[in-house]
Every structure is written in C-alpha cells, then in structure tokens.
Design a protein around this ligand. Structure first.
Ligand SMILES: *[C@@H]1O[C@H](CO)[C@@H](O)[C@H](O)[C@H]1NC(C)=O
Ligand SMILES: *[C@@H]1O[C@H](CO)[C@@H](O)[C@H](O)[C@H]1NC(C)=O
Ligand SMILES: *[C@@H]1O[C@H](CO)[C@@H](O)[C@H](O)[C@H]1NC(C)=O
Length: 197
C-alpha cells in the first residue's frame, strides 16, 4: 500500500469514528431531553391538572432537568407571573363603566384576593429558594401553608360568581382566568408535596 492510500484509509476510518461519536452525542442529548420531559410528565402526573402542569412546565425542561426543587421554583414563578397578569387585567376591568354595583363589588374583591395570592406565592418562592438544611421541615410547612392560602384566595374570588347572573362576557372571562390560576396553584401544592419535607 502506498503511503497516500494508507493515509486515505486512515482519514476514512477517522471520519467513521468521528461520525459515530457525533451520533452517540446526538442520541445521548436526545435521551437526556426525553428523560427531562419524562421527569415533568411523571411529576405532573401527581397533580390534579396534569395537562396544565405539563403545558406550563415543558418549556423549562432544560432548566428543570430532574431537579424536584427547581421544578417547584419554576412552577411557583409561572404561577406568580400568571397571577400578576390576571390581577392587573381584573383591576383594569374594575374601572370599566356600566358595571352593576354587585359586579363592581365582585370584581374589586377579586383584585384584592388575587393581590393577596401574589404576596403569598412570592413569600413561598423566596422561602423555597432560600431553603436551608437546618430548618427545612418547618420551612416546607410554611411554604405549603402560604400556597394553600393563595389557593383559598383564588377560590374566594370565584365563589363570588356563584348564584350571580354572570351575563357579561367580561365577568365570565375573569371567572375563567381565576379558575385557571387556582389550577396552577393547586398543581404547585401537589409538586411541593413531592419534595421530601
Ligand atoms: C400516572 O398515574 C397513574 C395512576 O396514578 C399511573 O397508572 C400511570 O402509570 C402514571 N403515569 C405516569 C406517566 O407516570
Ligand atoms: C416571571 O416574571 C419575571 C419578571 O418579569 C421573570 O424574570 C421570570 O423569568 C418569569 N418567570 C417565568 C418562569 O417565566
Ligand atoms: C404576562 O403578560 C405579559 C405581557 O402581556 C406576557 O408577555 C407574559 O407572557 C404573561 N405571562 C403569563 C405567565 O401569562
């Protein structure tokens, strides 16, 4: 074999090895991605609204990886942001003209309760991020208590719609939005329960 054909053989086999290792890397990355998605799927399976859980958390799979605490951080953060948005929308609706007194009352109560929910959720997230070994159990209990309180606040708003004629589209939208917040908040509670206390 001439030296040039020998080097050709060498380059050829080297390319094969390179190709194989690249393929292995790609397949490992795919496996990792799948396992991250599966982690979210399995965790969300323990919630009451698994579909909403998966929908909101899947975009963060590469951040969450298989970290149960990170999963809760993100779930809380998403819920806080959604609650802030909804609360702001409700507040702007409360300034609309043409609302009946009872509608006005319902809406301003919802501004208040969603505002309280934001405070409680933020308090939970701060505590969760700063969670320390020593007082972990007591702190987890506090976190769950605050998230439960946020859930109660959401339901306090939606309960006001019961027995009321919700004829206006805007009233229906508020009720639906806050029910969605309650679902996200309920899911946070279930995910927090997956963390060892
Ligand atoms: C979800 O939970 C159900 C029962 O609780 C179980 O049968 C099912 O295998 C679980 N699915 C996943 C993806 O973990
Ligand atoms: C929530 O909003 C804050 C501030 O706007 C942002 O920094 C954060 O990334 C958002 N969280 C998620 C999970 O999108
Ligand atoms: C909140 O509102 C902002 C601006 O309208 C939007 O970009 C963001 O996606 C919303 N976040 C959530 C969690 O709904």
């Amino acid at each position: 074999m001439s030296s040039s054909s020998l080097s050709l053989v060498f380059i050829f086999s080297f390319s094969i090895i390179l190709l194989m290792s690249t393929m292995q890397t790609i397949s490992a990355a795919t496996t990792t991605k799948t396992s991250y998605k599966n982690f979210i799927k399995t965790s969300c399976n323990s919630t009451r609204y698994p579909k909403d859980c998966k929908n909101v958390l899947s975009p963060y799979a590469s951040t969450i990886k298989t970290d149960a605490q990170k999963l809760c951080d993100i779930a809380l953060s998403v819920t806080i942001n959604a609650t802030c948005n909804t609360s702001a929308s409700i507040e702007s609706v409360s300034k609309m003209k043409g609302l009946s007194p009872s509608e006005k009352e319902t809406i301003s109560d919802c501004v208040e309760t969603t505002g309280d929910a934001i405070d409680e959720l933020k308090q939970s997230l701060t505590a969760l991020v700063g969670l320390q070994g020593s007082d972990r159990k007591a702190e987890m209990d506090n976190i769950r208590t605050w998230v439960s309180a946020a859930l109660t606040d959401d339901y306090t708003c939606t309960d006001e719609f019961e027995g009321q004629k919700v004829s206006k589209a805007v009233m229906n939208t508020i009720k639906k939005s806050v029910l969605y917040l309650a679902k996200l908040t309920s899911n946070c509670l279930a995910l927090l329960n997956l963390l060892d206390s």
